[in-house]
Design a protein around this ligand. Structure first.
Ligand code: PGA
Length: 333
């Protein structure tokens, strides 16, 4: 008779508990952080990893100084642990659903411009589904793409589909990028400012991995222009304060200029080819089997995101005489 049971020679003695511990160590690259995350003592974590490594017969990590680096075997195991534990989590959620409860975890990564509505959206979602636990990561485009490639989350919100990855993406809201200036700037109140005039102004831009920055640079390049970059600043909030303080101009998501301390001191300039019409996209890996909770959130997002954003995007004061900015994404230029 043929043997139908699967054989896992190297994995015979590996337990789920060890996989959970290893997944946490590999993600955090730290025994201490894994111990904190799992509410375990650090020696317990070290012992579980040692048993796992002995059972497999390969080293899973190297320690160089205080830092942990995964070996090739460690990286393979990390990917497998993610798949296996993710699948079990999904199964758990599916069983909960069969019992009529929406329960489980949602892992969401969003680019920084989406942080102006994502927490509110998640808040409403959790009110509606109290059994759902959410983890939200806010980062720039580059890191979000790395997280998609590493299959770290269920869903992602990006400012542009990730062409380089095998992923499903659907636009769900407009995300126009506008030019911000301090209210007493000489260009304030001018109409149809030519794009090349921007090249003469000192600019404050986000870090290189930022999608906002990439969109601005793409527009300038397309028009044969180069930005006069005065400063790189890794935060939309700090950029707004710096613009208000007169350090230069900046291009940011219109959503990022909602009410805050500096918004009264900022204006949107009427520059040709602006706003840059962009959208937010909800993204997931094509090969990923979405959990019940992730699918529920996807539907919720399509139904609720607009309602949350509508009426919440503050229109910074425009100088008298300047054209009202048209609705997001409606300008063809
Ligand atoms: P980011 O946000 O500038 O933080 O990368 C991005 C985007 O809208 O692409």
């Amino acid at each position: 008779m043929t043997e139908t049971r699967p054989r896992y020679h190297a994995l015979r003695h590996v337990s789920l508990r060890q996989m959970k511990v290893f997944e946490s160590v590999a993600r955090n690259l730290s025994f201490t952080r894994a111990a904190e995350e799992l509410y375990l003592a650090q020696p317990t974590v070290s012992m579980q990893i040692k048993k796992l490594s002995d059972a497999i017969g390969l080293a899973l990590y190297e320690q160089i100084g205080k830092r942990i680096h995964l070996t090739d075997a460690g990286r393979e195991l990390q990917a497998a642990c993610r798949d296996i534990l993710g699948r079990l989590e999904q199964l758990d959620m599916a069983f909960s659903e069969m019992k009529g409860i929406k329960k489980g975890r949602l892992r969401l990564t969003v680019v920084t411009t989406a942080k102006y509505f994502a927490p509110e959206l998640l808040g409403l979602f959790c009110q509606q589904y109290p059994g759902v636990e959410v983890s939200l990561k806010v980062t720039n485009r580059e890191e979000a793409l790395e997280r998609i490639a590493a299959n770290e989350d269920d869903l992602y919100i990006l400012g542009q589909p990730p062409e380089e990855l095998d992923a499903e993406s659907a636009p769900f809201l407009e995300n126009p990028l506008v030019v911000l200036a301090p209210r007493d700037h000489p260009l304030a109140g001018k109409k149809s400012i030519p794009l090349k005039r921007l090249a003469e102004e000192p600019f404050l831009v986000r870090e290189a991995g930022s999608g906002t920055r990439q969109a601005l640079e793409r527009l300038m390049r397309k028009n044969g222009l180069k930005l006069n970059i005065k400063m790189e600043i890794g935060s939309n909030e700090a950029i707004k304060h710096s613009v208000a303080g007169g350090l230069g101009l900046a291009v940011l998501s219109n959503h990022s200029i909602k009410l805050n301390a500096s918004s009264g001191q900022l204006i949107v300039l009427d520059v040709r080819q602006f706003p840059i019409a962009r959208h937010w996209y909800i993204v997931y890996r094509r090969t990923k089997q979405l959990s019940v909770v992730a699918r529920t959130f996807l539907e919720f997002l399509h139904q609720q995101a607009r309602a949350i954003v509508d009426g919440r995007v503050a229109q910074p004061e425009r100088p008298a005489g300047a054209k009202r900015q048209r609705r997001a994404g409606s300008r063809g230029r």
